[in-house]
Ligand binder design. Structure first.
Ligand SMILES: NC(=O)C1=CN([C@@H]2O[C@H](COP(=O)(O)OP(=O)(O)OC[C@H]3O[C@@H](n4cnc5c(N)ncnc54)[C@H](O)[C@@H]3O)[C@@H](O)[C@H]2O)C=CC1
Ligand SMILES: O=C(O)CCC(=O)C(=O)O
Length: 420
């Protein structure tokens, strides 16, 4: 039988434990979630029928502060996935020194099949069902796959209605008009950009000679492709769930984003746009994109994309994980043997939760920051933590993934010791 996602996630902890001085008691505290909730959400559909959806929220660990993590709407959401994502959030928040523990939530649904009003009723119904489990000092949700500021706006409105007062700090990723932070939407991509820029000189790379392929063209995939393209990297391939495009000379990312927004089909930019159609390009599958001969491969879609089945065919020099869990532990081992370096999700995609933290701080203080302030603080945090993890990796001669877990585990262990 194949390993569950949580069994795979737990292996990362086991690998790191060998390199940290940590008590057995502390390890025990990190092996299981603090609390898990499964709820049924009845939703009245537009045609008058009733559909019941399954929702989940897992608070993995609150040793360093209230638990924090996004909400995913996807047909494949299940308890094992949510638990694994909550586990990763625990280590991510510790790795970048946020005063938060880890959590995650989700609903098993294909939101593309719902009307806007059905989606609103589902979003409000989910919050209604988990309202006693969350709160600004307890557990603070945020957006993740197929959730966005509009959905979070309905959710925070529902939560505030239940509490009979405005509670902006209870959920982050809100619309600006409801207390959201400038820079939250692009934060995960920008955070990854700052980490990549910090690592480039250490890897002896020059951005003007660097080719990039990005799998996933949603919130985080578009932001990283855009940031890298603007900085002079050659983004040669992007894909979404329907497939991808490749152009050796580089893609025009702003045009693709514009087309995707208006047609939902980014491939159209090269098939229909008179300006861009002169660019030589080919359509490729998602699997082909992963195997391209590029300098940097960025999985920015879902977990389990690079496994033991395709790891031997990866030709990129470096993999920067913006998705959570895109490379499995068995693929890690194959990639390491082949000299392909992986920069882990719990560092590379930490920009989103970092700006969520900034949003929470702004909500609680009532003082709102400019975009420049948000991005300056995000940059400072990403650069500092990236360098610390790099130094651990060099010193202990371990992978960047294990180093990131060692870094996080040291902070979690300090929190456990301080309480006992
Ligand atoms: N939104 C956020 O702030 C953060 C998101 N992440 C992670 O980043 C990843 C993407 O999240 P978002 O961009 O927010 O989601 P999204 O829903 O905005 O976009 C997901 C994208 O992936 C594409 N996709 C789905 N299956 C695919 C496949 N098999 N191959 C290629 N593309 C595929 C979709 O078409 C879409 O373009 C997830 O793993 C998420 O957990 C991590 C940190 C923060
Ligand atoms: O912004 C947040 O609180 C959580 C973002 C998230 O779900 C993630 O980093 O995977």
């Amino acid at each position: 039988m194949s390993e569950s996602l949580f069994e795979q996630a737990s292996k990362r902890l086991a690998d790191a434990i060998a390199h940290v001085d940590i008590s057995e008691e502390a390890i025990e505290c990190l092996k299981f979630p603090k609390a898990s909730l499964q709820v049924s959400i009845p939703v009245r559909m537009d045609d008058g029928s009733l559909q019941v959806f399954q929702g989940y929220r897992v608070r993995y660990n609150d040793l360093r502060g209230p638990t924090k993590g996004g909400i995913r709407f996807h047909p494949d959401v299940n308890m094992d996935e949510v638990k694994s994502l909550a586990f990763w959030m625990t280590f991510k928040c510790a790795a970048v020194s946020l005063p938060f523990g880890g959590a995650k939530g989700g609903v098993a649904v294909d939101p593309k099949q719902l009307s806007k009003f059905e989606l609103e009723r589902l979003s409000r119904g989910y919050i209604n069902a988990i309202a006693d489990f969350i709160g600004a000092d307890v557990d603070i949700p945020a957006p993740d796959v197929q959730t966005n500021a509009t959905i979070i706006g309905w959710m925070i409105n529902e939560y505030s209605n239940i509490q009979r007062k405005l509670c902006p700090a209870a959920i982050t990723g809100k619309p600006l008009a409801m207390g959201g932070s400038l820079g939250r939407e692009s934060a995960t991509g920008m955070g990854a950009f700052f980490a990549i820029e910090t690592l480039m000189p250490l890897l002896g790379m020059d951005r003007h000679q660097t080719t990039v392929a990005v799998q996933g063209f949603g919130n985080v995939g578009t932001a990283i492709a855009d940031a890298l393209g603007k900085a002079g990297y050659r983004v040669v391939a992007v894909s979404d769930s329907r497939g991808g495009i490749y152009a050796k000379q580089g893609l025009d990312i702003p045009s693709i984003i514009r087309y995707k927004q208006s047609t939902r089909n980014f491939q159209a930019v090269y098939c229909q746009d008179s300006v861009c159609s002169i660019v030589e390009h080919e359509t490729i599958s998602n699997q082909d994109l992963l195997k391209l001969d590029v300098d940097i491969l960025i999985p920015a879609a879902l977990e389990n994309q690079i496994t033991e089945h395709n790891a031997t065919e990866i030709r990129a020099k470096y993999i920067f994980e913006i998705a959570n869990g895109p490379v499995t532990p068995s693929a890690d081992a194959i990639l390491e043997r082949r000299g392909i370096q992986v920069f882990p999700d719990i560092l590379i995609n930490a920009g989103g939760v970092t700006v969520s933290y900034f949003e929470w701080v702004q909500n609680r203080s009532g003082l709102y920051w400019t975009l420049e302030e948000v991005n300056a603080r995000l940059k400072q945090s990403m650069v500092n933590e990236t360098l610390k993890i790099w130094q651990i990796a060099q010193l202990k001669q371990i992978s960047m993934r294990t180093a990131a877990y060692v870094h996080a585990l040291t902070r979690l262990s300090e929190a456990i010791s301080a309480k006992s």
